[in-house]
Design a protein around this ligand. Structure first.
Ligand code: IPD
Ligand code: CA
Ligand code: CA
Length: 269
C-alpha cells in the first residue's frame, strides 16, 4: 500500500484493526438472520465496537484532535483546527441483511477543509484513499473519474429517502425527473460512502443524494476531488449541518446534472 502520509497511516491502522472484528461480525449476521431474535441489537453493538476501536487509535496518536463520529457525536470540541469524521459502518441496512455492501469511512479536516479520506470495503477488500495534492488510490492503483461526457450515457447512483423524511415526495419526483434523462437505470446500493468511492474510480459517472449526514461523505469528498471529479453541496459551502444535499460527478456531466436538479425547486414541489 502506497501510504506515505501520517494521517492516512493512522486511518489505515485504525481501519484494519476495526475491520477484523467487523468481518467476524458480518459472518455472524447470517446465523442471526435466521434466528428468531434477529440481528438488530447485534448490529448496533458491531457499530459501537468498530467506532470505539477507530477512535482509540486516532486519540492514541492525536489526543487533542476533534472527532465527529456517527454514534458518539463530538469529542474534543474545543479543537477547531483538526478534526476526524467517522462513519463506523456506512451501509448498516445492508450489513443487517448480510448484503456485502458497506464500508468504514474516515475523513480528516484541517480548518474545515477535508485533507485526507479513507473508505474501506472490508468484504471486497477495497481500500480507497486520498490526500490533498497527492492523487486518489484504490489499493495500489491510482484512480481517476470516468470520461463520460453526457448525462444521457451516464450511470448514476443515489440513495434515500429515509422513511422519516419530510420531503419524501419531492425526492421521489427528483428521482423520476433524472431517471427520464438517462439510458441506464439509476443505482441505489445503500452505502453513500461506497457510492462516492464508485464515482472516484469511474464505476459511477455521478452520484447525488439529499438529506445525507456529513460522516457519510466527508472522506469521499477528497477522494473524488483527487480523482479529478467535482463535489458540490446544493446549499453552497456552508457549515456541516447544512452539508446534506450533495452532487458528485466526473466533472464532465456536472453542469448538466446540477442544472437538471436545480431546474425546479424540489423543496416547494
Ligand atoms: C446510510 C447510507 C445510505 C444512505 C443513508 C445513510 P448508515 O448510512 O449511507 O446509503 O442512503 O442516507 O444514512 O446509516 O448506513 O450509516
Ligand atoms: Ca452513513
Ligand atoms: Ca453508520
Amino acid at each position: 500500500m502506497r501510504i506515505n502520509s501520517p494521517k492516512l497511516n493512522i486511518m489505515y491502522k485504525a481501519c484494519m484493526k476495526a475491520s477484523k472484528s467487523l468481518i467476524r461480525d458480518f459472518g455472524e449476521i447470517e446465523n442471526l438472520q435466521v434466528s428468531s431474535k434477529g440481528p438488530g441489537d447485534f448490529v448496533s453493538s458491531a457499530d459501537k465496537r468498530t467506532e470505539k476501536i477507530i477512535i482509540e487509535e486516532i486519540l492514541k496518536a492525536y489526543p487533542d484532535h476533534g472527532i465527529l463520529s456517527e454514534e458518539v457525536g463530538k469529542i474534543n470540541q474545543k479543537n477547531k483546527t483538526n478534526r476526524w469524521i467517522i462513519d463506523p459502518i456506512d451501509g448498516t441496512s445492508n450489513f443487517l441483511n448480510a448484503i456485502p455492501q458497506f464500508a468504514i469511512s474516515i475523513g480528516y479536516e484541517e480548518d474545515s477543509q477535508i485533507k485526507n479520506g479513507l473508505i474501506f470495503d472490508p468484504i471486497k477488500n477495497e481500500l480507497f484513499f486520498a490526500e490533498t495534492g497527492n492523487g486518489a488510490f484504490l489499493n495500489n492503483s491510482r484512480i481517476r473519474v470516468s470520461k463520460k461526457k453526457y448525462l444521457r450515457h451516464s450511470l448514476l447512483g443515489t440513495g434515500g429517502p429515509r422513511s422519516s423524511s419530510k420531503i419524501k415526495n419531492a425526492i421521489f419526483h427528483e428521482f423520476v425527473k433524472i431517471s427520464k434523462e438517462v439510458e441506464t437505470p439509476i443505482r441505489k446500493y445503500g452505502s453513500a460512502s461506497l457510492d462516492m468511492a464508485s464515482v472516484a474510480c469511474g464505476r459511477f459517472d455521478g452520484f447525488w443524494q439529499r438529506e445525507l449526514s456529513y460522516w457519510d461523505v466527508a472522506a469521499g469528498i477528497v477522494i473524488i476531488k483527487e480523482a479529478g471529479g467535482f463535489v458540490d453541496f446544493l446549499d453552497g459551502e456552508v457549515d456541516e449541518s447544512k452539508k446534506r444535499n450533495l452532487v458528485a460527478t466526473n466533472s464532465l456531466i456536472h453542469k448538466e446534472l446540477l442544472d437538471l436538479i436545480k431546474k425546479k425547486n424540489i423543496e416547494k414541489d
